[in-house]
Design a protein around this ligand. Structure first.
Ligand SMILES: *Cc1c(COP(=O)(O)O)cnc(C)c1O
Length: 228
């Protein structure tokens, strides 16, 4: 039986060799262990194996696990759809939010973030695959949204995030990630502080790393398959 520690060792080796093969500095890719539906004990095991970034999709589930864990060196990333009535909890119980796709939500997070805390790190979620069913801002509207979010004092705009439609062909995976990277490069001409590309999951992270991902969000390949 493979353990969470085994999975992480294998992933780290793979990430390091991909960084090398792609001519990227060692350590330029950070793994976020996506722990939705997994118990607090699984996060503890991942932490013992060196994980310092976790991603969660559901606010209450994440808060329950945070209450069970006393791991101050963990960084919590909110990566799920954002409901307006959950923004206060998201604003104050996470260090990162990846899934902002409209200004109203960004304004609420900004207004509700405790000003005594450091600014909340945020990414704008872009609908790169152009599917009506997926959330994310239209690529053509991304620059305006980024410009507005960058003005909000309690948020720190870090970059872009995408959840492309599932695609098994690595070349086609790569095209979508390249498109997000190109959009970010364009934005950096006016927003030079952008340093983050949150892209790549268990099935497509090698293509994402090749395209310049700095944060990869890995669930299944760390924790095994999700029940239900
Ligand atoms: C579930 C999820 C992941 C992880 O997916 P895996 O395929 O299990 O690696 C990454 N990002 C988001 C936004 C998710 O919801």
């Amino acid at each position: 039986m493979t353990t969470i520690a085994d999975n992480l060792q294998r992933l780290r080796d793979e990430i390091h060799s991909l960084e090398h093969r792609c001519g990227r500095p060692a350590g330029s890719v950070t793994l976020i262990a996506v722990s939705k539906t997994q118990p607090a004990a699984a996060i503890r095991a991942a932490h013992e194996a060196g994980v310092r970034h976790v991603g969660e999709n559901y606010v209450q589930e994440a808060l329950d696990k945070q209450a069970q864990l006393d791991l101050p060196d963990l960084t919590w990333h909110f990566i799920g759809p954002i409901q307006s009535n959950k923004t206060r909890q998201i604003a104050n119980h996470f260090q990162w939010v990846h899934s902002i796709d409209r200004l109203k939500v960004a304004q609420r997070l900004n207004d509700q973030r405790d000003p005594a805390l450091p600014p909340l790190n945020v990414c704008i979620q872009v609908n790169v695959s152009g599917e009506a069913s997926k959330s994310g801002v239209d690529p053509a509207a991304t620059a305006d949204l980024c410009g507005a979010v960058a003005q909000l004092p309690n948020l720190r705009l870090r970059g872009l995030m995408a959840i492309p439609a599932p695609e098994s062909d690595p070349n086609r995976q790569r095209q979508v990630f390249d498109a997000l990277a190109a959009l970010q490069a364009e934005l950096r001409t006016t927003l030079p502080g952008l340093d983050t590309l949150s892209m790549g999951m268990s099935q497509d992270y090698p293509a994402a790393i090749a395209a310049g991902a700095t944060l990869i969000r890995i669930g299944t390949a760390v924790f095994g398959s999700r029940a239900g």
